[in-house]
Design a protein around this ligand. Structure first.
Ligand code: SF4
Ligand code: SF4
Length: 402
């Protein structure tokens, strides 16, 4: 009873923005966010109504207390589906003020910031809308300036005859030398960041003979976005307590669109260096087919996610994170649109400007991969792998057996 009163007092303090909302010994906004998740999970651990919705709740029941590492792990395991908010009898305006998706969202972005490499770049998450806009502007300016330098004048860009290879404007090797270091840095930064996260959440190992099954399950859950199914297969929430599959479908279009575009670029690189087959390729060639289908996914997926995001229930997320979410969605859309426009308008004078727009957008995307919304896929995959391992380990709690 005393514990219940303490939780109510903490909820009241959190609602009032008082320092009492923060746990003992930890200060600062990040610590207060972690403490708030821990407070809510203690209520959930007593209630357990949402146990079947997603992996967060069964993972929660393996703990009695929630360290910052536990909270970082569970926040990234949460898919922000909204199910536990719409089902909760203790959601605001109840005095317990339980809103798990919102509290998790607040911590989740702080984990990206906390584990970012180099550390100084972590603050990019806080101003991500501006960072994306700047990166896009810088990418466009870079390729426009380069095109002017290579063609000898700006006027040459507007009087271009069209019907030439992209490489007549930007030589293939030059593009490789420009993109390869930025891409390698992005992979390194993301890899080091998620490695720090992995060390902190200490996943341990699945029992002998079950490691492969754990990895297979995690891959399956990532590729299917399993935890956007609401635990019953009918989907998650968006603007109301109605179930919808729309978020999952538009996520899939975006994700697989990106994967196909990446595959198209990779195969074209193999064609170029491995077989000496130089672009442009026929519409029926593998890079063109994959790139076109992927580009359509990158149009439909982000457009749908944008539409859903604008209608999203205000209590699901955190208003301050909207520029990061919407900026990322918009950038993916620009990458898809400019990529599809290129082959369609390649025989016109618009080709140089379109190519600059596409390469600038791709460069902005690659450069900001480790410091924006892209990171959520990487950290969530790591959290899902930890869960697939953890559920195969014996529980450390021996309640009821003593
Ligand atoms: S979110 Fe609410 S209903 Fe669900 S387990 Fe927590 S307290 Fe219970
Ligand atoms: S919002 Fe969805 S995924 Fe996140 S904890 Fe609640 S039910 Fe689980």
């Amino acid at each position: 009873m005393r514990q219940l009163e303490a939780l109510v007092a903490q909820a009241q303090a959190a609602a009032d923005g008082l320092p009492g909302a923060s746990g003992e010994g930890r200060r600062g906004p990040a610590a207060a966010d972690v403490d708030e998740v821990a407070r809510q999970l203690q209520i959930c651990n007593a209630c357990r109504y949402c146990e079947g919705f997603c992996a967060v709740f069964p993972a929660m029941t393996r703990r009695l207390a929630f360290s910052p590492a536990d909270v970082h792990y569970l926040a990234n395991l949460c898919h922000n589906c909204g199910a536990c908010l719409h089902a909760c009898q203790y959601a605001p305006p109840h005095e317990f003020a339980v809103n798990v998706p919102q509290a998790m969202a607040r911590v989740r972005v702080r984990t990206y910031e906390h584990f970012a490499w180099p550390e100084a770049f972590g603050s990019a998450y806080r101003r991500n809308g501006a960072v994306l806009a700047l990166a896009l502007a810088a990418g466009l300016a870079l390729f426009l300036a380069l095109a002017v330098a290579l063609k000898g004048s700006a006027a040459a860009l507007f009087t271009h005859p069209g019907a030439v290879s992209f490489y007549a404007l930007f030589p293939h090797n030059l593009m490789v030398w420009m993109f390869a270091p930025v891409f390698a840095f992005a992979l390194l930064a993301l890899g080091l960041g998620v490695a720090r996260f992995w060390r902190e959440v200490t996943p341990g190992a699945a029992p002998p003979g079950q490691q492969g099954a754990a990895v297979a399950e995690a891959v399956h859950d990532v590729l299917r976005l399993k935890y956007l199914d609401g635990g019953h297969g009918e989907g998650c929430h968006n603007e109301s307590d109605a179930w919808t599959q729309a978020r999952r479908r538009f996520h899939h279009l975006t994700f697989y669109g990106f994967v196909l575009c990446f595959a198209a670029t990779s195969i074209a690189t193999v064609y170029h260096y491995g077989f000496g087959w130089v672009a442009p390729y026929a519409w029926t060639s593998l890079p063109k087919v994959l790139g076109t289908v992927g580009g359509l996914g990158l149009l439909a997926g982000p457009a749908g996610l944008w539409w859903l995001h604008r209608r999203r229930h205000a209590q699901h997320g955190v208003a301050a994170q909207r520029p990061m979410d919407l900026g990322f969605i918009a950038l993916l859309f620009v990458v898809g649109l400019s990529g599809l426009a290129l082959p369609l308008w390649r025989d016109t004078a618009a080709l140089p400007l379109l190519l600059c727009a596409h390469l600038g957008a791709v460069m902005a995307f690659v450069a900001t991969m480790p410091y924006g919304k892209f990171a959520h896929g990487v950290y969530r995959s790591a959290a899902l792998l930890k869960w697939a391992i953890e559920k195969r380990q014996p529980s450390r709690l021996t309640l009821g057996s003593e």
